[in-house]
Design a protein around this ligand. Sequence first.
Ligand SMILES: [Cu+2]
Length: 378
Amino acid sequence: MVIMQLSLLILLVSPLLAWQFPAYNMTPGVTPVSHEIYELHMLVFYICLFILIGVSVMTIYCLVNYRHSQGAKASSIKGNLKVEIIWTVIPFLLLITIAVPSTLVLINIVDTSDPDMNIKVIGRQWNWKYEYLDEGIEFFSDLSTPLAQIKGLEPKGDHYLREVDHPVVVPINKKIRFLVTSDDVQHSFAVPDLGLKRDAIPGYINEAWVYIEKPGTYRGACQELCGMKHGYMPIVVEARSQEGYLQWLAEQKGEAYVSSDPNAPVINFVPPEPAVIKMDHDSIIARGKQVFEKHCALCHGLNGAGGACPTLVDITQKWSEDELISIVLYSIKGKAMPAFEDVLSDQEIADVVYYVSNSWNNSEGQLISAETVADARR
Ligand SMILES: [Cu+2]
């Protein structure tokens, strides 16, 4: 009885909480699909509430009025056609009320026809790769939360584990089709504000679409348990005005961008001169450390000794430079390490291998040039 009263109380208070604290409710989002999903959710919620209140009132009424101490006697009615029709027709009508809008929303969700642009999304252990198919640009999007926050050495930032180095930039008011797939295991591409969730399955392409109505930054995450760093592959979608998007696009391509607005200043984007790569010990160690902390330290630990993972490559033991280059490029059999062949540049691999072979127990690492790494690529 107490449990029933408690659950009743929680269920009756929950709609009030949903109204007062929208953060506890599902988000209405910023796309037509997310609005439809939200409305469907609220419709089902009200139907559940209606049933809950109806059943609870009936139960309490019977408990109070027909209890044994009041002298109530159980009757032995056998069958009642009217009641049976009522308790068949009402649930049937309720199910139809849910089924019709659900089907319409589902049909809309899968309708990826006539997109204005196409972006291929590739889930990887453990980052996302985006390819703008109509523009010929592509990039990786990695977690950008500093390692010190993850290790608890610094206070957590506002977007802890929800921030990336390269967000997906898209224009508002355009139908954008995402072609979602995976390079390795199953991931899931999900951004609640956009009403978007699609599984990323190796060998398959799943389609999804969004039409974002409001500029802003929308955050999501991989929603399919995909390995050790599943929690470290967030998704950040940046929706900009058409003008802002075109400007970003020009920057990505290293082209100048001229605004279509005659009053706007002409923005000439000039790609920066390639930096001179210093090859002294301290510079390489500093660059290698940066690469190591971004891509390796989450598993291997800042001291290289790693955690308790039995499938970790022991980098504190002595490896030759060639072995390390091969491990970083293509991983090693029987270990959970991902291949960095597509993720890191030749210079980054040369730097990180030099850093590893000169840290911890290793101290006689040889200088490696980017060309050596390029030669080691199959
Ligand atoms: Cu994943």
